[in-house]
Write a protein that binds this ligand. Sequence first.
Ligand SMILES: [Fe+2]
Length: 369
Amino acid sequence: MRVVNVSHKLHNKYLAKDVYDNEGRLLLGRNVQLTPSLIDKLIESDVFIVYIEDQLSEGIEVKNVISDEQMIHSVRSVKHIMNNITKQDSGVPTMIREEDLALVGDIIKELIEALEENEGALYTVVELLGADMYTYKHCVNVAVLSILTCKSLSYDYELTKHIAMGALLHDIGKAAVKDNLIQKIEPLTDQEMKEVHNHVIYGYDAIKDDISLSGYTKQIVRLHHEKRDGSGYPLGLKETEIPDFVRIVTICDMFDAMSSTRAYKKSMPVYEVLDILMAESVFKLDPVILQMFTKNICVYPPGSGVKLDDGRFGLVVNYNKFSPTRPEIRVFEDNLGNMNVSHIDLQEERTLFIEKTVATEIIKEHYKL
Ligand SMILES: [Fe+2]
């Protein structure tokens, strides 16, 4: 399977993964053949990216560290929790219901268990839900990334659980910020920016008196936008004033925000996101935690297109755990009208490099496949 942008060029193609609507309900199932009206349905539902199965990408599997089913289940639960907060008060959230907090604990427990079973796998950006579900899937992604980073830092189960709960709840205060501000495409005014920044205060106020949540969880909700150089908010803390457990979630939050597709922006390739985080770590982020974080990330996700520095194009087939920038590639070469397809493991071909990632449609067009 390979990842493609949704367009009418996908007519007659077969879906390789289930596609879900804005409510997290199944929109189109795997193996469905796309027709013009089904493609319109995807576009109307804000689904910008899907996975398809074709000859070009036969045999390539695309999966993340947790299964698609667990991801969907967790995202739906987060949506349910956030909707309940909003319902309690039309403005600032007052508290999270007790049964919803129990649900948060259950989601985290299940995620930690799944990651334990899947030990050694790299976090792979897989676009499963439409852009409208971003707020909820972002919470789950940040929790998963935080658990992986805690593991790399050899944190124990209890601490990992508290940090992951903070990661899952880090943006709950956004339930109190008007949707049109969260979704706004145009630059925000100073006043609007201040209101969006207030999500950390609203979130902290909603949970600060809850005795069932740990101080770790509460401080993550409150401080996840603080930066080492004092440029963050709400307190403008500096260096060691920001605890390590908060710094983990800050990095995971930024990574997911940049690597995800939103209603108003395309996702950024993972290697570019890691470059930006690396640059930010000079003054703003924790460089040691970033290094541990990066170890778990699949830089070139299977099913994505790449251009090699010798000019050839290819599809990523699989990653190499210990050499994330040197995956296995299915390389295409036009030899006087005959298409040569070869398999290259960049871990062995040390003189060959990936120049950039490209849309898989470009590879198809380039070789007239
Ligand atoms: Fe936030």
